[in-house]
Write a protein that binds this ligand. Structure first.
Ligand SMILES: [Mn+2]
Length: 448
């Protein structure tokens, strides 16, 4: 725990000393202090998750809910499902959470898969159920998952509403509904009801500690951009830009990129999710970099578009400024009570009025949080504590010219604030900053 904090402190200090990003150094107030994190999973204190479970149980009122862990393996290991993680902080695969607010004494149950000593030789030892594990996870009742159906039947016999809390997926029958139909096939009279957007609404309104983690994810992402920018030049390989950024994030404690990095130069700048990063960039082109880190489970989401040779030509500058203007108009509208739809429409109007409406082919933005495309009530008014992206873009394949500018914006009590204020957006500042990153590289003797 203390080691991690020491590490983070050293990292922040090193950032100031090396002048990697003057914008950051000029703005020390933008470093909220991080919550105490529990290594190695980088979770918060058990009480934080207990309070979230209590809030959700208040919404339920009665009945029973199961929330499955629902995580996925990717190249960087197991990533816990965000609903389950938000409510437990537990990062083990195969787990489930059961909530039963009407019970007299024990209202929440954590279920973990059986131990498997042979598998644990390969993937690491798991703890036995006991006092130590209960204290660490903040649950008085921890069972094995083979007891799940029996537990559900017992709880539902006293309070017969089964709540669907997790957002249903389009692709398959959700695991919770599958379990609920097993319960109802054994026990007549139970009903399944949806809590709708309750958990999504909770997740989208971030606490101060969550915002500190997201701000940190953004700061290390920005440091990655600074390192990557020093490598941008005619003849450079797209993959080198991606590798530099990811190296910096991982060195700073990020487990993984928040999403597959998109680094596209020239014609690739017009491909929204260009996945390959294998082209050699040329003089006179633009490079779009949509890449950011995940830190302690929280995502950042940042896109910058830079000129490969360090200077925008007149055409590029005009398109760039148009996209930037659309983003500024959008930002000016972000405040509690505003609707995403209206902000999208206003930004789109800027681009459409200039004659480029057909080249802005995606939505303006989305919530960011535990997931990069986070849950939230998109049709409801914005509220303080929410973080959204503003990412207008223009993509013209016939001119090999794509521009996207994406920032993460916090809805505050009165308006909004850019959380991603560590990398410049104005074209002239971008050019100066690129020049600075390149000379930092030569001075530090890293030129290769
Ligand atoms: Mn985005």
């Amino acid at each position: 725990m203390s080691l991690l904090r020491l590490y983070l402190a050293l990292w922040v200090v090193s950032l100031f000393c090396c002048g990697a990003s003057p914008a950051l150094a000029a703005n020390p107030n933008s470093y909220p202090s991080l919550p105490v994190l529990v290594e190695p999973a980088q979770t918060e204190a058990p009480a934080v998750y207990a309070a979230r479970r209590a809030a959700l149980m208040k919404e339920m009122g009665d009945g029973v809910a199961v929330i499955y862990a629902n995580g996925e393996e990717d190249g960087d290991g197991y990533r816990q499902g965000s609903d389950f993680y938000y409510l437990t902080g537990v990062v083990e695969p195969g787990a489930a959470l059961v909530l039963a607010p009407k019970e007299r004494t024990y209202r929440e149950f954590l279920l973990l898969p059986n131990r498997d000593p042979e598998a644990e030789r390969w993937t690491g030892a798991r703890e036995s159920i006991g006092g130590a594990l209960r204290a660490r996870y903040g649950f008085e009742k921890i069972f094995r998952t083979d007891r799940l159906l029996g537990l559900m039947l017992d709880l539902a016999s006293r309070s017969s509403t089964l709540w669907q809390v997790m957002r249903p997926e389009a692709s398959a029958k959700p695991a919770d509904l599958e379990l609920y139909s097993q319960v109802s096939s054994r026990m007549p009279g139970v009903s399944v009801r949806s809590l709708g957007l309750s958990l999504a609404r909770m997740r989208s309104r971030h606490s101060a500690d969550e915002l500190a983690l997201m701000q940190h994810a953004i700061r290390i992402s920005e440091a990655g951009f600074a390192a990557a920018a020093a490598e941008i030049r005619p003849g450079a390989f797209e993959g080198r830009i991606e590798a530099e950024a990811e190296r910096v994030w991982k060195s700073a404690g990020a487990r993984r990129p928040a999403y597959a990095s998109i680094v596209g130069s020239g014609p690739n700048s017009t491909i929204l999710h260009y996945p390959r990063s294998e082209r050699v960039m040329a003089d006179g082109e633009l490079i779009v970099m949509d890449m950011a880190a995940e830190f302690a489970h929280y995502a950042a989401d940042i896109t910058r578009t830079f000129p490969v040779n360090g200077h925008f030509d007149a055409d590029q500058r005009a398109i760039y400024n148009l996209v930037l203007t659309a983003q500024k108009v959008a930002f000016s509208l972000v405040k509690p009570g505003a609707y995403m739809e209206d902000i999208d429409r206003a930004a789109r109007k800027v681009i459409t009025d200039a004659g480029y409406g057909d080249y802005f082919i995606h939505g303006l933005g989305h919530f960011v949080g535990l997931d990069v495309h986070d849950v939230g009530a998109y049709q409801e008014p914005l509220a303080a504590g929410m973080v959204i992206t503003l990412e207008p873009g223009i993509y013209m394949p016939e001119r090999n010219l794509g521009v996207r500018i994406e920032d993460d914006v916090l809805v505050t009590d009165k308006g909004a604030r850019y959380l991603t204020d560590g990398i410049p957006r104005e074209a002239a500042e971008v050019e100066r900053w690129l020049d600075q990153q390149t000379s930092n590289r030569s001075q530090s003797g890293n030129a290769r």
